[in-house]
Design a binder for this molecule. Sequence first.
Ligand code: NAD
Length: 260
Amino acid sequence: PLHGKVALVTGSTSGLGLAIARMLATNGADVALNGFAAQSKIDDITRSIFEGTRRRAKHFAHDLSDIAEASGLVAAVTAELGKVDILVNNAGAQHLAAIDEFSDEQWQRLLAINLTAAFATTRAVWPQMKERGWGRIVNTASTLAFTAETRKSAYVATKHGILGLTREVALEGAQLGITCNAVCPAWVLTPLVAKQVEAKAAELQYSFEEAARNYFLTDMPTRRFVETDEIAAGVLYLCSEAAKSITGIALPIDGGSLVV
Ligand code: NAD
């Protein structure tokens, strides 16, 4: 269904972004990957996407903590792959610290990667989506766009912020054929979360499984981690033709977390 489309997925060398890029390519889109990893891993990813889907897959190393690089990413992808029809702002960073121990540097870093970069890529892609009268923008928010957790002030602020941006972009795109939505995952066992589970396990001298069961999965009525492909399937739907009237929403994919 996405044949002829080009999708840019930020933060797609790992975790959710990688699953999203694979899912979009499997459904016919050429994909621009972005994010950090060893060159050998990046080569493996681009090769396996190409071999599995026969779609073009190219990696762009732009560092999204810099607003100029975030804007430049769209121009680079357009130069290499011709256009950007689908933009998935997924790159994200986490930092845990109590408010009075949260450094300027970490605050600015999370704001830049989790929020400012999404604005910069959206602004950069806008003229071409507007000209074609078609565009799909999906932002990876979180259940923490609705709730909060201690020691995550910057993360929670950026995830609430990205929902505001999502709604704004949805309004401005409504008559231009551009939709903008957010997906809101609860816990998915990616490297970003594994680090938090490991830290909890070390703190309490628990095994990884005990820490996961007692401190993370208790948030989720389903008592299991959400899988990366469940998030990717949500993104695929929001990018489809069938979802053309869905805009400005926040789609929880969260095992019922927001219910309790
Ligand atoms: P991850 O750590 O596995 O992946 C993060 C990706 O972002 C990597 O590809 C990394 O290289 C990239 N990245 C980080 N800083 C970057 C920068 N400065 N420039 C470019 N790329 C950069 O994490 P993940 O869990 O897959 O997270 C993806 C998104 O999902 C994030 O926005 C995160 O907040 C959100 N999320 C994750 C969960 C979860 O449980 N894993 C839950 C809710 C929301």
